[in-house]
Write a protein that binds this ligand. Structure first.
Ligand SMILES: [Mg+2]
Length: 425
């Protein structure tokens, strides 16, 4: 038995999540927009075939999308995050180790029985994921991370592979590595690929076979490691991901510029409430907070400011974090600036099981328990009935500058109210 690396990736992930909750749009063109309905950030394969480009501003393509009858959705990160959690949990059960690499990508390991192709194993996992989560995935199998990435690329590229490829079982990999352009090799950045091309290295096979001295001389261990991984020697180990988060960031762009402290404070309170709810959900406490805000990054008078403050006793209490964040916001706010984005980051997260209190602080335990109970009641009501069913009065936003999400799908997997009703006769 030998260990193999898997690279698993959700196909057109955001678009697939949207299709999963609304099967009526399956088989039709679909694009997903960035925050504030700005640009196209995801497409399904149908929209790609119709020639819709990535990254273009929505307003420029609005008419074309209507003409082509392509469905449009605002990004729904709550939905994508929930589906991603479910996907990773299922993958963790089916792999020996798992490293979550991004919202829709993971590396895993399993053992290969001697000489056995793992195509059928991959096919079963793919079917299991589709049956349980409704998302199509691609699986690349290889001896190393770099090879498993290439394998995944081939899984997508070659139609008959139906989303799975096992390069690890193939003795002569040359015909496959020849198909992979050098800039598609994992870890090769833009500058490195320009240098490689200048040395007439254009594909993965040529990179594997080039002089190690040359690549070491220019890119040191980083370059050497990629080349060694291409040869099948594992150099970049799997980093198992713990579920404990290190920080929580909540930020949004406004639908139009905000220039007064009152509106900014409302936004910041809103973000703190989202972040502290997450903190409690994962049974964590925070002992530091950063507040930031900026004007348009493309404008000449770009203004960006941030401040970080410590919280003396680690907490998950909304009220304490709101108070701290508001004093930070006051500190960094500048009048006559048109802010278009603000956010909060909670850092120094720790488990709520080991809370360290101040030695000489006469904390009122009863008061603390009361505020905890209040937070829990608010969380319970909101999780059963939907976000903002009940919340702090100061967080009520004026609707006009709330981020635009005109084409938002409902969140059928995280909100009781949105669960579809099925009638059976
Ligand atoms: Mg993907």
């Amino acid at each position: 038995m030998s260990k193999v690396i898997l690279q698993i990736d959700g196909n057109n992930f955001y678009a697939s999540c949207e299709q999963m909750i609304d099967p009526s749009i399956k088989g039709k063109g679909l694009v997903v927009l960035s925050n504030n309905d700005g640009c196209i950030i995801a497409r399904n394969s149908e929209a790609r075939k119709m020639g819709i480009p990535m990254g273009k501003p929505y307003f420029k393509l609005k008419n074309k999308l209507t003409q082509l009858n392509i469905n449009v959705r605002s990004s729904n990160y709550e939905l994508y995050g929930d589906i991603s959690n479910r996907l990773m949990q299922l993958l963790r059960k089916n792999c020996e180790e798992l490293e979550i690499y991004s919202i829709d990508e993971a590396f895993g390991t399993i053992k290969r029985p001697k000489g056995k192709c793992l195509y059928q194993w991959g096919k079963d996992l793919r079917a299991l994921v589709y049956q349980n989560i409704g998302i199509p995935i691609s699986i690349g199998i290889g001896e190393t991370k770099v090879l498993s990435k290439i394998s995944n690329h081939l899984a997508k590229k070659i139609q008959s592979n139906s989303g799975i490829f096992d390069i690890g079982i193939i003795q002569n990999k040359d015909p496959y590595l020849n198909q992979i352009k050098v800039d598609k090799v994992w870890g090769i950045g833009k500058r490195m690929s320009i240098w490689l091309k200048s040395k007439e290295i254009t594909n993965a096979r040529e990179l594997r076979d080039m002089s190690s001295e040359k690549i070491k001389g220019k890119y040191g261990l980083v370059g050497l490691r990629i080349q060694s991984e291409l040869k099948g020697n594992l150099c970049i180990p799997i980093k198992e991901t713990t579920t404990d988060r290190k920080e929580i960031c909540v930020s949004r762009s406004f639908s139009y510029p905000v220039d007064n402290l009152e509106d900014l404070s409302q936004a910041i309170i809103k973000y703190v409430l989202i972040a502290s709810t997450k903190l409690r959900k994962y049974n964590q406490l925070s002992s530091a907070i950063t507040v930031f805000m900026n004007t348009n990054t493309h404008s000449k008078d770009l203004f960006r400011s941030e401040a970080t403050g410590k919280i003396s006793v680690p907490t998950s209490n909304s009220k304490i974090i709101i108070e701290k964040s508001l004093s930070l916001a006051k500190e960094i706010y500048k009048p006559y600036k048109n802010f278009i984005k603000a956010g909060v980051i909670l850092h120094k997260l720790q488990s709520d099981q080991y809370k360290q209190n101040l030695l000489f602080d006469a904390q009122n335990i009863h008061e603390e328990l009361d505020t905890q109970r209040l937070d829990n009641v608010i969380d319970n009501i909101n999780s059963k009935n939907g976000i903002d069913t009940i919340n702090w009065g100061s967080s009520i936003m004026k609707n006009e500058w709330r981020p635009r999400r005109e084409k938002l799908s409902s969140i059928k997997t995280t909100n009781m109210e949105n669960i579809p009703i099925i009638y059976a006769n």
